[in-house]
Ligand binder design. Sequence first.
Ligand code: PBG
Length: 337
Amino acid sequence: MAHDWPRHDMSFLAGQRLRRTRQTAWSRAMVRETELLPRDLIWPLFVIEGQNERTPIRTMPGVERLSIDLMIGAAREARDAGIPALAIFPNTPDHLRSEDGAEAYNANNLMCRTLAAIKDAVPEIGLIADVALDEYSANGQDGLVRDGEILNDETVEAMVKSALVQAAAGADIIAPSDMMDGRVAAIRRALDAEGHEQVQIMSYAAKYASCFYGPFREAVGSGSRLKGDKRTYQMDFANSDEALREIEQDIAEGADSVMIKPGMPYLDVIRRAKDAFNVPLYAYQVSGEYAMIEMAGAAGAINRDAAVLESLWAFKRAGVNGVLTYYALEMARKLTA
Ligand code: PBG
């Protein structure tokens, strides 16, 4: 028996019922405001030394570090799935890590050999090279340290050298992730002087000092080395005006695109950046965000597949051109299937 509910008077809304367009799948499709496509997805990959080597990362279930030969296979899969670019991160062998992180500008380091190998085998995919010293230093800091202080300008000099060997090896996009002041201008000037005018810079422009990088630091082997924190260079999570100043400066210094990182806790910053600047904008759905979704999914707390889709779509709604995400290959395949 149908209840005879009293009908609510909605005449004051002039006939507006927002549920009207949500009634059917075709209508929901018609009014959908944003799209998520394979070309929106950039795939971060971790490389290790060796042949046919793959090692799991305890805090990132489902993600593995790969040796160069296996990276080439991964690059082919990514290209075939419509992913435009890979972001490469090296797990530098312990004996090559040092206080000055000099391995960062060894032209034959693991990173450069990886870039060259992928560029040779899969030239159709873009290669984004992270530039920061933490992947090469003995102390896990992104900058050179003297008497407990992070040295800005000396670090920038080392990063310029690192960017140059990466560009020579085949990097299409240099992505400084260190948050030193002035590094975009310095890298741009050096790239141009060495004939790399076409190499882009994607700056980690607003990068916050965040606990959500924990699993990444295990992946590249810097976490156990790190003493203290990165709060003298990475941003305070209380601020967003300052993020706009960081982005503005990096654009002025010559960045071709800018990134905000982490992702999901900073969607407000993404939206502010989108409204304030006309520049290609990216977000990094970082390792801790990945771990949260995987572990909550495995525990049966949330539907993992639905969470992946919703989280990535949220970035598009917030206004990004693309997302760096460990889900890139899986999602690119699903979105084209
Ligand atoms: C290195 C770097 C970090 C990440 C990307 N580049 C870690 C850090 O700054 O400590 C984090 C990525 C992730 O958590 O997925 N400077």
